[in-house]
Every structure is written in structure tokens, then in C-alpha cells.
Design a protein around this ligand. Structure first.
Ligand SMILES: Nc1ncnc2c1ncn2[C@@H]1O[C@H](COP(=O)(O)OP(=O)(O)O)[C@@H](O)[C@H]1O
Ligand SMILES: [Mg+2]
Length: 286
């Protein structure tokens, strides 16, 4: 189910009647099994792009095709899109409302046509995938859980529908380091199991360590895209620092100021570690 985006534009009309061009002429594609990061400053159009891909907004211009079909065309069967794409917005936990965790996760399956037995199996699978012990959590009130747990429950609700493509808008914002790390591991596992993942994030470490491709938005325009590492290297070489640097890139800059010059294509922690080993041992890696 590849996603092809062609000359996509979207404008909001403000209550004052003024027009805001949130996305301008964006073209890109997302292949099956990819893990794509979307980065850019606040207000650059990331959430708008996610809403358009999820079919929740209709483009002002251009097209989005999923598996070759224009999802906004007249006559397009929307139920295919709902079965294909799962979307998790920022702070999804605010939407938990059922009396038990089990009911909340089952909510999205109400009209799935699954038998009660299959439905229960899905709910159990989704909660266990999100790291819960089903029997312990099923009868608890979602409102009594910690912030990180609530978020995992709301994501289980999306997972339970088994989407092939998962869109996450700032999924790790506001989580503590442990919550962040376990969530990123979970996403990587889902991706390895074949789910296409699109993740909006401000966290450069999360983007550089986990995504395969990156889309860089600036004021509604796609200003760079490609393999994650290549985009980060280009940003570093532009030397403007406008979009920030990964921690490893910052360390490379600090060392270079002190006359220890390391390769300019270091982006991740592993890149840095390998380059330092090479430099300090003067040869092959251990
Ligand atoms: N519901 C809305 N009504 C009017 N303008 C909006 C609305 N949502 C977003 N915008 C504007 O569209 C632009 C892009 O917003 P958004 O997609 O939310 O950016 P991001 O997620 O990158 O922060 C911003 O200028 C924002 O103010
Ligand atoms: Mg946003």
C-alpha cells in the first residue's frame, strides 16, 4: 500500500477570512515497510500533512494516492482507507473515555464485523504488544493510569484495528526518557514486522536513530527528503544549525574546534562511537 503524494497543497481559511497556506506543492512517496520521519519547525505543516494522508482533510490542490487510488476522488471507498491507515494524534490519551481499558481498546472494533472471540483476541494482542499484562490491565479505569500508560492504551486502540500504515503525530512528546525509549523500540518492532510507519517528531535523536527516510518541511514546503542519514549530513554541512543537530553531530563539532577532526557524515551514536574507535586505535575496529 504505497503512498504517493503529488503537488499537494492545503490552505486554511481563518475566521477573519484570511488564508493560511499550510502546505505548498509537496511531492513525495512512502514505500511499503518504510519508517518515515517528518521534521520541521512548529507551524511548518506537519500535522496538516498527517491529516491529509489520513483522509481527514481534503487537499486544496494536488493528490494523495494510496495503493494507486486517489483517496479524495469521488467514489473512493473510504472504508478501505480506515482499514489501511491508523492515526495517533498528539496526546491521544485525552480521548480515553470508557470505564475500562478493555472497552476503550475495543471501541474502534465495534463495526469491524469480528466475532466476539476474535475481537477479544485482538484487544488482548494489542494491549500485550503495548507492553501490558492483559489480565492485570483489562478491568482498570483508563483514567487511573499514569500518563505513559494512558498513551500506550490509546495506541493499543489504534493497533487493534491492525492497520498496514501507522501515522504518529509527535508520539513521544511529553514522555519521560524510559517511556520514550520503550515506545521507540515498540515502533521499530512494528516496522520490522512489516508495518509502514510515519512519525512526526521534534526529537532529532529519535528521528536519526529510528527512521529510514526523512521529510523536512519548512513553511509548508518540502525542502529536503531522502535517506535519514543523508538528510542529516546535508543539514550539518549547510552549517546553519537552523533545524538543530543530533547530539553526535554536536560532539563532532566540539571535537573539531579542539582539532580532532572526525568524518562529517557522523549522525548517530553508533557512527560516532565507530569513528572514535577508529581514530583512537588508529586502525580496524574491535
Ligand atoms: N485548524 C486550523 N485553522 C487555521 N489555521 C490552522 C489550523 N491548523 C493549523 N493551522 C495553521 O496552518 C499552519 C500549519 O500548521 P500545522 O500543520 O499544525 O503545523 P505543525 O504541525 O508543523 O506545527 C500553521 O500556520 C497553523 O497556524
Ligand atoms: Mg503539529
Amino acid at each position: 500500500m504505497p503512498i504517493t503524494i503529488e503537488s499537494l497543497s492545503y490552505s486554511y481559511i481563518q475566521p477573519s477570512g484570511e488564508k493560511t497556506d499550510a502546505l505548498k506543492d509537496v511531492s513525495c512517496s512512502i514505500e511499503d515497510g518504510d519508517f518515515v520521519g517528518i521534521m520541521g519547525h512548529t507551524g511548518c505543516g506537519k500535522t496538516t500533512l498527517v491529516r491529509l494522508i489520513a483522509g481527514l482533510l481534503s487537499p486544496t490542490g494536488g493528490q494523495i494516492r494510496v495503493n494507486g487510488l486517489d483517496i479524495h476522488a469521488k467514489g473512493y471507498n473510504r472504508s478501505i482507507l480506515r482499514q489501511t491507515i491508523g492515526v495517533v494524534f498528539q496526546y491521544p490519551e485525552v480521548q480515553l473515555f470508557e470505564t475500562t481499558v478493555e472497552k476503550d481498546v475495543a471501541f474502534g472494533l465495534k463495526y469491524s464485523g469480528l466475532s466476539r472471540r476474535d475481537l477479544n483476541g485482538r484487544v488482548e494482542w494489542a494491549l500485550e504488544t503495548m507492553g501490558f499484562e492483559f489480565e492485570k490491565i483489562r478491568s482498570q479505569s483508563p483514567l487511573a493510569l499514569s500518563g505513559g500508560e494512558k498513551r500506550r492504551v490509546s495506541i493499543a486502540g489504534v493497533l487493534a484495528t491492525k492497520p498496514k500504515i501507522l501515522l504518529f503525530d509527535e508520539p513521544i512528546a511529553g514522555l519521560d526518557p524510559y517511556g520514550r525509549q520503550s515506545f521507540l523500540h515498540f515502533m521499530t518492532r512494528m516496522n520490522q514486522a512489516g508495518t509502514t510507519i510515519v512519525m512526526v517528531s521534534h526529537n532529532l535523536e529519535a528521528l536519526c536513530e529510528h527512521t529510514k527516510h526523512l521529510l523536512l518541511l519548512d513553511s509548508g514546503r518540502l525542502i529536503d527528503s531522502g535517506e535519514t542519514k543523508e538528510v542529516f549530513v546535508r543539514l550539518h554541512q549547510m552549517n546553519s544549525g537552523a533545524f538543530g543537530r543530533t547530539k553526535s553531530q554536536k560532539i563532532v563539532s566540539l571535537l573539531s574546534d579542539r582539532h580532532m577532526v572526525l568524518p562529517s557524515d557522523i549522525v548517530t551514536y553508533d557512527d560516532l562511537l565507530n569513528a572514535l574507535k577508529k581514530k583512537l586505535t588508529g586502525g580496524a575496529l574491535a
